[in-house]
Design a protein around this ligand. Structure first.
Ligand SMILES: [Zn+2]
Length: 318
């Protein structure tokens, strides 16, 4: 019986098989879909990771670069500060040195200019024997020698002015004015004695040695700086008053000499109120030979020999 039903059985079996196949296919397709979906998700996840990784890498690189750059700046700033400060200190030091050098250079140039000016004036002084300047700043050369001639009474002068001197004294005498010599040529030794005596006088009066020395220099020339050593100077007094002080200016002798001395080439060498130029007090008895031409100008203008020659004044305070 059952054999008569094989077809049915077969059909059922076939159908069953068919249905099973369908089920398997569906399941397979579902699985495929599922796998595809999973694979897509997986891809998305990977892409996400990759994107995040890239972003993080970029951020990191950027931040790192910025940090490094910033660090460089800090390091530079930190190291530059002392470098700059050292450079500034160095500049200041250099500036100070430069200024000091400039000051030194200026003072040296000034000293050089003054020296040159002084030398120029020295050089410009005439070399004529009768115009030779002798004062505290213009001493006589060492071992200066002069040929002397007698003017009587044991006195001597440079032989070249003896005649002129005699003529002058005789001319005064012819007018009834009697003039006498107090001092004429002095040797170095004589000048040293006189100067030394003058210092002792000052000390006796109560001055210190330095004070007495300074005072003595304005009254008796420091040895080597006296015109009496030159043989061209003479101290003259009038017959009625023979002392060497300012009262000598009131004598007939002085009045006559003041008016006529230039005619014989003589000048009043240390006029009143000219100590700041000559370095010597007013001496209305000291006459110096310079020659007629110079004497005329000096006496007419009432100037000193220093001014006439254009020499530097001799300060009494020196
Ligand atoms: Zn004198």
């Amino acid at each position: 019986m059952y054999q008569s039903l094989p077809g049915k059985e077969q059909t059922t079996h076939r159908e069953k098989g068919k249905q099973m196949n369908i089920g398997r296919r569906k399941r397979r397709e579902r699985l495929k879909l599922q796998r595809r979906r999973e694979s897509r998700r997986e891809k998305k996840r990977l892409l996400g990771f990759f994107a995040v990784g890239c972003a993080m890498f970029l951020i990191g690189a950027f931040a790192g670069g910025f940090y490094v750059k910033n660090m460089d700046h800090f390091v530079q700033a930190a190291s530059q500060e002392p470098v700059e400060s050292a450079a500034w200190e160095g500049n200041l030091q250099a500036k100070v040195e430069e200024m000091q050098a400039e000051i030194l250079r200026e003072s040296q140039e000034k000293a050089q200019r003054e020296k040159e000016q002084a030398e120029e004036q020295e050089e410009n002084l005439p070399t004529d024997w009768n115009l030779r300047l002798v004062n505290r700043t213009h001493p006589l050369p060492e071992n200066y020698e002069v040929e002397l001639g007698s003017i009587g009474g044991g006195h001597q002068l440079d032989v070249r002015i003896v005649d002129e001197y005699k003529k002058m004294i005789q001319a005064a005498r012819a007018e009834g004015v009697y003039i006498y010599v107090s001092s004429s040529y002095r040797s170095m030794l004589k000048q040293v004695e006189l100067h030394h005596d003058k210092i002792l006088d000052g000390i006796k009066e109560g001055f210190s040695y330095d004070e007495a020395k300074t005072l003595a220099a304005t009254v008796v020339a420091v040895p080597g700086t006296s015109e009496h050593q030159l043989g061209l100077a003479v101290d003259l007094v009038s017959s009625e008053y023979r002392r060497l002080d300012e009262k000598q200016e009131n004598t007939k002798g002085f009045q006559w000499l003041k008016e006529h001395c230039w005619e014989y080439g003589f000048i009043l060498r240390y006029p009143n109120g000219r100590t700041d130029i000559t370095g010597i007090i007013y001496e209305p008895w000291h006459f110096r030979y310079v020659g007629e031409m110079a004497a005329k100008e000096i006496m007419e203008k009432g100037i000193t020999l220093e001014e006439y020659l254009g020499a530097l004044p001799v300060s009494a305070e020196q």
